[in-house]
Design a protein around this ligand. Structure first.
Ligand code: PEP
Ligand code: MN
Length: 357
């Protein structure tokens, strides 16, 4: 249930509502909007009786939350969540490009890639130190040594670091070295790991399970938020279908739908979505056109020698081309988003695009 306060409710009245919620063994989650405060009641499995709250001073109304996820949904928080690490943002005014190596294999491979990512004006670097591999005999990552290399990337190039935690022990280490902790597709419903991520002091990049519905995806994010970590980024990375021409099938319609239901930013991974280099740039363009808040992309100085996911890694030149192209598309999409629906209809002729490429 949501308790909507009057626009002129005082801090004391808000505190009294919070104490009342806590006195019945529930958690209160206040969200201060521009006009009014809304307090979510979290922790109930049964519907809550609104009568103890409706007569409290400052309360405008009690509204039942219709969705199973509360903190993730737009009912409680209408404004979009923006994740910020220094100048790097996800969900803000700039398309977030998180690019880098699939796995940190060596200092040289990582630094060479980071240099190109920084030269292109990107603010985020990705690199796996702990790799979730299908085969137990495949390269599993450099572990803490890899995290130290990533930390050096931040020091040398000023890039914010995204890296994956495959279990709770890895998460402890990632929390120490990284800026954003990734939970991979295979762990989207590892509820113990999600709860641990919810207690982390770093933002979490949550990849969609390869067969997860939108609701399951949002409920996985709710696990993290319910533990107190409200800095969550969603990531579409392709799902399993009957199609076998690519590794997975990008499911781009989830981007606008997730944005309608949730205030959390959602980015798109064109690399893992198809696993094929020749599709990465076209799919990256499509993801940005669909309104993604950012991209997560694999790049490698020598893809043919990569220890992990070489066939999907972009060469440096293609990466540069991709960045230029998706930035141009992002400008167009933002131009349209800034227009009202009626105005957008007037602007549908190509010669009247709000910005030119
Ligand atoms: C990755 O981003 O390196 C990765 C393993 O992705 P996913 O969990 O989507 O397969
Ligand atoms: Mn990979």
């Amino acid at each position: 249930m949501l308790i909507v306060m009057n626009p002129d409710a005082t801090a004391g009245q808000i505190q009294r509502v919070i104490r009342k919620i806590e006195s019945i063994g529930m958690k209160a989650h206040p969200s201060c909007g521009t006009n009014r405060t809304v307090i979510g009641i979290i922790g109930n499995s049964e519907p809550i009786d609104p009568s103890p709250f409706i007569d409290l001073l400052g309360v405008a109304e009690c509204v039942r939350v219709t969705k199973p996820y509360k903190l993730v949904g737009r009912e409680l928080k209408q404004d979009k969540t923006v994740i910020r690490i220094g100048k790097a943002e996800i969900g803000g005014d700039e398309l977030a490009i998180i690019a880098g190596v699939c796995a940190v294999e060596s200092r040289e491979q990582t630094m060479l890639t980071a240099q190109i990512v920084a030269e292109m004006g990107c603010r985020w670097f990705r690199g796996g130190a702990f790799k979730p591999r299908t085969s137990p005999y495949a390269f599993q990552g450099l572990g803490e040594e890899g995290l130290k290399i990533l930390s050096d990337v931040r020091d040398q190039f000023g890039l914010s670091i995204v890296t994956e935690a495959v279990d709770e022990a890895a998460l402890d280490l990632c929390e120490k070295y990284a800026d954003v902790i990734q939970i991979g597709t295979r762990n989207m419903q590892n509820f113990c790991l999600l709860k641990r991520a919810g207690r982390a002091r770093k933002p979490i990049l949550l990849k969609r399970g390869m067969s997860a519905t939108l609701e399951e995806f949002l409920l996985a994010a709710e696990y993290i938020m319910a533990e107190g970590n409200h800095h969550v980024i969603l990531c579409e990375r392709g799902v399993r279908t009957f199609g076998n021409h690519a590794r997975f099938t990008p499911d781009l319609s989830i981007i606008p739908l997730a944005q309608n239901l949730s205030h959390l930013p959602i980015i798109f991974d064109p690399s893992h979505s198809t696993g094929r280099r020749e599709t990465v740039i076209p799919m990256a363009r499509a993801g940005v056109a669909a309104g993604a808040d950012g991209l997560l992309v694999d790049v490698h100085p020598y893809p043919e020698l990569a220890l992990c996911d070489g066939p999907q890694a972009l060469f440096f030149d293609s990466f540069r081309k991709m960045v230029d192209e998706v930035r141009a598309i992002d400008q167009i999409v933002r131009g349209y988003q800034a227009l009202s629906l009626d105005q957008a209809e007037d602007h549908c002729l190509p010669q009247r695009l709000p910005v030119s490429i």
